[in-house]
Every structure is written in C-alpha cells, then in structure tokens.
Design a protein around this ligand. Structure first.
Ligand code: MN
Length: 290
C-alpha cells in the first residue's frame, strides 16, 4: 500500500531543528504517513536532531532536491560535476542517518530554465555520477527517483518516456522514474500513458495541482491518474506538493517561480490534500469489485 506524504514546504521555508520538528508534528496531525523534505543544501541539515523528531513521531521520511549550476552533474564543467557528486553523496548520508527511504527530484542536473539543449557528454557525466551515487544509496537502503519536470526546469527529462529511456541506459536496479502531476499536466499527452509507459520502473509520485494550490481547484485530471496507478499496481510513495508565497524558501520558491499566494492555511491545505488522495485511492480500489 502506498505511503501518503506531504512536502515540507507546505509548512516552512527553513529546516532548522525546531522548524523541522514542527513540520513533522503538523504532517502527522494532518493524517500523513510520510514527510518529504527539500534537501537542496544537505550540508546544513541537522540529521541527528532530525532523527529524534522522526523517531518520536513515528513518521517515514524522504528527501528531494534539485541541483544548480555549481553542482550540475550533467554539465561539461568538471568542478560542477564533482561538487554535484559530493552534494548527492551528502544527501544520501543524511537520509541514511534519518532512516529515509528515497532520494528524489532533479538529482540528475540543474533545476532551472536552460537556454540550450543538454550535451551528449554532459549526459554521460551525469549518468556516471548517478551510478556511483546509486550504489552508495543502495548500500544505505535508499532508493533514487529521477523526477520528470517541465521544460522550464530541466532540458533532460520532460516526459515519462524520456525517463524510461534514461533509466534503461543507466541500468541500475536502484534507480526509478519519479512522476509529478503538475509537470505531467504541462508536458504529457494525458495522465494515463505516462504511468503505463513507466510501468514497474515507476517508483515515486508527486501530486500537485496545475497551479500548485488546492487539489481539485485546477485542471489536473486526477481521476485518470489514480486509475492508471491502480492499473499498474503502483504501491510506492505518493507525496502532496504545494507551494504558496505564504511559505518562502528563498532558494526553492524562487527557482520554482512561486510568486502568488494560493493559500494561507497550511493545516487546512494539508488535511484537505490527505483526504483528497486517500479518497481517490479508496474509490479506484473498488474497481476490482465491479
Ligand atoms: Mn515534484
């Protein structure tokens, strides 16, 4: 059965021990099984304090991040490739300390609007790094998910098919496709084919609305998405992601273009999303009875 998760940016833009602890408590209070934290700077995260909060509340934890120009493992700049590998290794180590299960996101390159296509040599650099990082992650019991995002946030993986091809080239048993409905809604033909295309390589799912606000208030076809997940027997994590200018992480919010206030009340938003997701799953579960 899928664990249902909430992204930490629903609660806070900073992840010092006290804010992290409050986020964990609020995530549990809203009914979730799992918290996903942004780990763009894994060097600054206090994993020892984090582990105490995770254990106290009995919640599962995963992390997501996007690389930047200075850590772009899919670039032709050897210093950036090296710095990116070090950052990913640190993220794996933090997850290991936290007892986390997944490292996901744009871990394969810089999360930004690229002004030219990725190069073949850059792509090879990224895959070489990902093989080593995925070995380290596997040893720590951490799986790696490559998030497919829209054209304004990467020039490498914009569709599920591209991600399947990339993961097939990588040929690493610990690396999976990570789909996000917000990005699918921009780039894919519909909410069914990308899920079927990924099939058993689909390891992680982000649930986000077309404007990243309240689920059900935008144009994402969630009914088809959840039927498709059911169809392939998906049982990996499903994490709710939402951003508003009410909660600002200067690096992440600005990179994602979060300029508008779509909600003020984090607790109401999170409880609503938890119900929304669980209700959809409950409904599609009954299809097998028909
Ligand atoms: Mn996402």
């Amino acid at each position: 059965m899928s664990q249902i998760g909430c992204h930490g940016s629903v609660w806070t833009g900073v992840f010092d021990p006290e804010s992290f602890r409050r986020s964990v408590a609020a995530t549990v209070e809203a009914g979730y099984d799992l918290i996903e934290i942004p780990l763009l700077d894994p060097y600054s995260f206090d994993a020892t304090a984090g582990r105490k909060a995770v254990d106290e509340y009995g919640i599962a934890i995963n992390a997501s991040l996007g690389l930047d120009d200075s850590t772009d493992i899919s670039s032709d700049d050897p210093d950036a490739v090296k710095a990116g590998e070090a950052l990913l290794n640190r993220a794996v180590d933090v997850l290991d300390e936290l007892g986390g299960q997944w490292l996901v996101g744009v871990v394969y390159g810089a999360l930004k609007k690229h002004m030219r296509p990725a190069t073949a040599s850059g792509r090879r650099n990224g895959q070489e790094v990902l093989r080593r990082v995925s070995d380290r992650a596997q040893a720590a019991g951490v799986k790696v998910g490559l998030e497919v995002v829209n054209r304004y946030e990467t020039n490498i993986l914009n569709t599920s098919k591209q991600a399947v091809a990339y993961v097939t080239e990588l040929a690493h048993p610990n690396v999976y496709v990570h789909l996000d409905t917000y990005h699918m809604n921009i780039e894919e033909s519909d909410m069914m084919n990308p899920v079927l295309d990924a099939g058993d390589r689909l390891g992680y799912v982000h649930i986000g609305e077309s404007h990243r606000g309240y689920l059900g208030s935008g144009s994402v076809d969630f009914d088809t998405l959840f039927r498709s997940l059911k169809r392939i027997g998906y049982d990996g994590p499903i994490t709710f992601e939402s951003f508003s200018s009410a909660v600002v992480d200067e690096k992440l919010s600005y990179m994602l273009g979060v300029w508008r206030n779509l909600w003020d009340d984090s607790s109401d938003l999170a409880a609503h999303a938890n119900d929304f997701i669980r209700n959809k799953i409950r409904a599609v579960d009954t299809i097998s009875l028909h």
